[in-house]
Ligand binder design. Structure first.
Ligand SMILES: C[S@@+](CC[C@H](N)C(=O)[O-])C[C@H]1O[C@@H](n2cnc3c(N)ncnc32)[C@H](O)[C@@H]1O
Length: 262
């Protein structure tokens, strides 16, 4: 093993030890995501409306919008955007090989799309760089869903700072993610809400697979140690100089928030 590879392995230790490094886990997630995240459809509606009714009218760029999806999974967010606009050039980044392969298959006709197999940690230590869009100085939009909570508060701050660098002036960031409730009582309430709605969805979808049964995986040590409150993440964006920082949607432990690079 070269020194470089040793460092890469160390950087990626958290990811490699996580369930996301396993292809089967990734495939189970793809199959059950709409059940485990009962608000997913509502999130996507807000996201598409954010794009067409708030982002596009304010965006100065020529027709094609350069969009980066961080922690893309199989590319669901970009698929949703393509439903409302075909003028999108996407860069899709995830640390999971299975996820990147699934995304490549999904967008096989889109020759200009770029794929980056990398962890957030590699972006932060500079061992991997996100390629900037061709003929452009930065991204118009950077989006993410249910992925940034996998890094701790310092990592989030550093990632938000990198996001600001990668955005064009006037570019937008939106993150739809799991957030920590401000008290245990609220968290217990939110988790009950989620469990009930997940179970209803699972029964309606007639899926009995164990992965799809709601368990308290939100409280898993590996998971719970890194999630942060919505207010602390919005404060990070404000401190970094993002403007119009706001929460666009929230239900229980799920929230969508972001801001604009002035
Ligand atoms: C819950 S899935 C969300 C996928 C997709 N955004 C969606 O909404 O369907 C979390 C994704 O984050 C990726 N991920 C987890 N930890 C990561 C890390 N440290 N760096 C980059 N990606 C990571 C996983 O591989 C997985 O695809």
């Amino acid at each position: 093993m070269t020194d470089n590879n040793k460092n890469k392995t160390k950087t990626n230790e958290d990811f490699n030890n996580s369930k996301w490094a396993r292809g089967e886990y990734a495939k189970d997630y793809i199959e059950c995501a709409d059940i485990l995240i009962p608000e997913r459809g509502a999130f996507f509606e807000v996201f598409k409306s954010f794009y067409t009714d708030y982002f596009l009218p304010r965006n100065q760029s020529p027709q094609v919008q350069n969009v980066l999806d961080l922690g893309s999974g199989d590319g669901t967010l970009i698929k949703e955007l393509l439903e409302v606009s075909s003028n999108i050039n996407a860069t899709i980044l995830d640390a999971g090989e299975t996820m990147i392969e699934q995304a490549k298959q999904r967008f096989s006709g889109k020759e200009d799309f770029a794929y980056v197999l990398a962890t957030f940690e590699e972006l932060l230590d500079g061992s991997v760089e996100v390629p900037l869009p061709k003929n452009d100085k930065g991204f118009d939009l950077i989006c993410s869903a249910l992925a940034i909570h996998h890094i701790d508060a310092n990592g989030k701050k550093a990632l938000f700072s990198l996001i600001k660098k990668l955005l064009k002036k006037g570019g937008f960031f939106i993150n739809m993610d799991t957030v920590l409730a401000p008290s245990k009582a609220l968290e217990d309430f939110y988790l009950q809400l989620r469990a009930k709605r997940s179970e209803q969805k699972r029964i309606l979808a007639r899926i009995s697979k164990d992965y799809c049964k709601f368990t308290d995986r939100h409280k898993d040590k590996e998971h719970h140690a890194k999630i942060d409150t919505l207010s602390s993440q919005m404060e990070m964006l404000e401190t970094l100089g993002f403007s119009e920082v706001d929460c666009y949607f929230k239900r229980g432990i799920f929230a969508a928030y972001g801001g604009v690079k002035p």
